[in-house]
Ligand binder design. Structure first.
Ligand code: ADP
Length: 257
């Protein structure tokens, strides 16, 4: 039973998942999906078995970032996730529709129901980590995921503007109300890498991520700089080739027995 008193959904017999970590943001376009993907890449690099669940039903971007195409198959009673080049398992609504640019015109309960099905009806197999890319904001789906999935923790992504107007605080407070441990705050795009000399500079003045983290008593993971190389790799479906050390300490080294 979840801490909120609501029953958590059991995962199906075809899946055994050790750690479920959701990634949240106050608003869209702050780099939430990129962070979800980079977390998955870090865990995969360390030798873990990893999956990503795209709960951003109306704005799915994980398949594109990982370069995963085609339709997910069904065994009749379970949906099979698709594998990335490096073997990360992906499930997204974009892998179930014929055209990736078709809009999803569904009401909230149907969308929330689909996200639940990505947990109960997908044959994830044995996973050490499942990362859940939530839609932006504090709406229906983040609430459903927090209530129904056995989350081990949550990562909050913000951008400098978002920190300035405190949109991110709504996301942090929601997780705190729901008793989901916040593993940390990632500040995206407060710094940029010069494409010519590679030096980093602060675009919007001094970073506030640390200050906000202290205010809400959540760990500060650090900042992800604006890097044209990252957006290029995302566009080409090659995010697995990006090197970032940001999540090195967050994902522990795998203990080989
Ligand atoms: P969200 O999930 O919050 O909507 P995304 O992760 O999809 O945001 O990012 C939006 C776009 O911005 C993507 O095209 C991504 O490649 C780009 N992007 C995000 N973070 C960075 C960064 N640090 N440097 C360069 N491009 C970035």
């Amino acid at each position: 039973e979840g801490k909120s008193g609501i029953q958590k959904l059991p995962v199906n017999e075809l899946s055994h998942i050790e750690n479920v970590i959701a990634v949240m943001s106050g608003k869209g376009g702050v780099g939430k999906s990129s962070v979800t993907s980079l977390l998955a890449c870090e865990a995969k690099k360390k030798g873990y078995s990893v999956g990503v669940l795209d709960a951003d039903i109306t704005g799915p971007s994980l398949p594109k970032m990982f370069g995963v195409k085609g339709m997910a198959k069904s065994t009749g009673f379970a949906l099979l996730p698709l594998d990335t080049d490096k073997g990360i398992k992906v499930m997204s609504l974009n892998l179930l529709t014929h055209n990736e640019d078709d809009p999803v015109i569904w009401r909230g309960p149907v969308i929330a129901g689909t996200v639940k099905q990505f947990w109960t009806d997908v044959a994830w197999g044995d996973l050490d980590y499942l990362f859940v890319d939530l839609p932006p904001g504090t709406g229906d789906v983040p609430l459903t995921v927090m209530q129904s999935l056995p989350l081990n923790g949550l990562i909050v992504v913000s951008s400098p503007q978002d920190l300035a107007v405190m949109i991110v605080s709504k996301a942090i407070k929601m997780a705190q109300y729901m008793n989901i441990p916040i593993l940390g705050l990632v500040e995206n795009m407060s710094r940029a890498v010069c494409p010519h000399c590679g030096e980093e500079f602060e675009l919007f003045g001094p970073s506030r991520g640390k200050e906000i983290s202290e205010k809400f008593e959540v760990p500060f993971i650090g900042g992800l700089p604006i890097d044209p190389h990252l957006s290029n790799l995302c566009d080409q479906g090659k995010i697995e080739e990006y090197n970032s050390n940001l999540f090195k300490n967050l994902i522990p080294e795998k203990v080989v027995q």
